[in-house]
Write a protein that binds this ligand. Structure first.
Ligand code: ZN
Length: 171
């Protein structure tokens, strides 16, 4: 199955949006960018994904891998590594269906949202293997926190993204 991927120009926009999302989320959680979030996750787009990392439906999925520090071969210092797999094809399809949405603000929202999940996983505020009810509550919480973070900044097209997610943003 050959899924649509971002063009080189779109990847640049995506990288910029993700960089801003990282800054906003680290500020919100009062973590220096160099602190523990660093090297604990990576954002990947379609070209870098293996077929099992692609899904139909969501705009991104987080896959947890176990990392090992190279200096220890005993496995005592393993750590969680989160790979945020952006689903280019779903994002592009939604942009086509919803012309008011633009790539930059949309990925800024998605990136911020996924980073909040990762912060909460790594602080053990969220269980990676939660029940579906817990996942649903967490999802609402993460959407509302995303909104809280992004509502403070002035970026064209964000209002349209909030509108797109309005079901999750209702109190
Ligand atoms: Zn989510």
């Amino acid at each position: 199955m050959e899924l649509e991927k971002f063009s080189a120009t779109q990847i640049k926009i995506v990288n910029n949006a993700v960089a801003v999302a990282e800054e906003l989320v680290s500020n919100f959680y009062k973590m220096a960018a160099s602190q523990w979030l660093k090297r604990k996750y990576d954002f990947k787009t379609g070209t870098d994904l293996k077929s099992q990392e692609m899904v139909l439906g969501p705009f991104a999925q987080i896959i947890r891998y176990e990392g090992h520090h190279p200096e220890s071969s005993l496995g005592t210092s393993s750590y969680d590594f989160y790979k945020v797999c952006l689903q280019d094809h779903s994002i592009l399809e939604t942009l086509r269906k919803t012309p008011s949405l633009k790539l930059y603000p949309f990925v800024l929202y998605i990136g911020t949202h996924e980073l909040i999940h990762i912060v909460r996983f790594s602080k053990f505020l969220q269980n990676f293997h939660a029940t579906s009810q817990e996942k649903q509550n967490e999802e609402r919480y993460v959407h509302q926190t995303t909104h809280k973070i992004l509502a403070k900044i002035n970026i064209a097209g964000l209002k349209e993204v909030f509108l797109f997610y309005h079901k999750w943003l209702r109190p």
